[in-house]
Ligand binder design. Structure first.
Ligand SMILES: Nc1ncnc2c1ncn2[C@@H]1O[C@H](COP(=O)(O)OP(=O)(O)OP(=O)(O)O)[C@@H](O)[C@H]1O
Length: 334
């Protein structure tokens, strides 16, 4: 995979071309200080100081009466006694607050590629619905999923030059309360052809979608032909959609082909081969209770659990083994 392919799948790259068929989103470049705040895993976990009292979370760290706690006690020259004050990002906070208002009061946050889906449990609603800057900061700062964006985005690239993009963005997507998990699908495009569609939520069996399989397949295929095929520049990629109650298809996300992207009900080997029966498009869904994939009681993303052959992890481990072998060979040559 090339860095270019990974870059094309960043929301700030693809969204402007696809906004009419996606969820309304406002995107802001993150100041480097906020990126460092997210990347910093040393020291205590401090929420940013808010410019607005309404935004304060009940367990806010900052309290004016506690201000002196952040000072170094007089006469002490022990560096270890210094406690840093909470960080503050007033300009970003202002932009985020304005965007939340513009988007109707609630948003779903994500960075260039990923959302903090693993930290939903920490919020008061148990979802990624955010109504304030502090809630967003809490979700982003608590997420392990975002470590991928922050540190490992190019790990699978053969032309990797850096561990991170030069700029990070926050995408605030209008909160969509009516997305039904069974109506979400991942679509696999190989050499500009739609070759596979998989149910996205593989931990459930939904008889209702089995009954609509043909209609769903046609709607997604038509959406690909009309809205995606000629507009997205890569040859191989995946995209996620959801199908609304009224049958309209909405674009959620793009991801690179292979590596960290989950093939869900397929394996990458299967997706890479021409089908034997001549069908160019295969649509897979969980068609019985027995087909259900492992549960996610811990809210750990399926990406982290699926280690089967052809999975993102499997590919990652293979790449790591290959790299280790290469390094061992070059060390023994030297
Ligand atoms: N605007 C929204 N409002 C409510 N829920 C949303 C919204 N956007 C996405 N979701 C939900 O969050 C899930 C994850 O969204 P998204 O694909 O953008 O995150 P991601 O971190 O890129 O996930 P992945 O790594 O699996 O591609 C979606 O499957 C959908 O159920």
């Amino acid at each position: 995979m090339l860095e270019e392919e990974v870059n094309r799948c960043q929301i700030q790259e693809w969204y402007p071309k696809f906004k009419s068929v996606s969820i309304r989103t406002l995107i802001h470049e993150l100041p480097e200080s906020f990126v460092q705040y997210l990347r910093d895993d040393s020291g205590p976990f401090l929420l940013p100081l808010s410019i607005s009292n309404e935004d304060a979370l009940p367990n806010r760290i900052h309290n004016p009466e506690e201000e002196e706690d952040f000072a170094v006690s007089e006469g002490s020259d022990d560096e270890s006694e210094k406690i840093s004050p909470p960080p503050s990002f007033p300009e970003l906070e202002f932009l985020v607050k304005e965007s939340i208002e513009t988007l109707g009061g609630a948003v779903f946050p994500k960075l260039n590629w990923s959302s903090p889906k693993d930290s939903a449990w920490i919020s008061s609603t148990g979802t990624l619905k955010c109504t304030s800057f502090c809630e967003i900061a809490l979700l982003l700062r608590s997420s392990d999923s975002l470590v991928h964006d922050l540190r490992h985005a190019y790990d699978s690239c053969i032309d990797k030059t850096s561990s991170r993009p030069s700029n990070f963005f926050i995408a605030l997507r209008k909160w969509a309360p009516s997305i039904r998990p069974e109506m979400e699908f991942r679509c696999f495009v190989r050499v500009h052809q739609l070759v596979g569609i998989s149910q996205r939520e593989v931990t459930g069996f939904y008889p209702s979608i089995c009954e609509q399989k043909n209609e769903l397949k046609m709607a997604i295929q038509e959406f690909f032909t009309d809205e995606v095929r000629l507009k997205f520049d890569l040859e191989n990629y995946t995209f996620d959609v959801y199908v609304r109650e009224d049958g309209r298809v909405k674009l959620l996300d793009f991801n690179p082909w292979g590596a960290f992207t989950l093939p869900l009900l397929f394996t990458w080997e299967e997706l890479g081969k021409d089908s034997e029966d001549g069908n160019t498009l295969e649509f897979r869904m969980v068609e019985s209770q027995c087909g259900v994939r492992p549960g996610l009681k811990t809210a750990v993303p399926y990406d982290y659990l699926d280690t089967s052959e052809g999975s993102g992890w499997d590919q990652f481990l293979r790449n790591a083994e290959e790299e280790l072998r290469r390094q061992t060979l070059s060390a023994s040559d030297g």
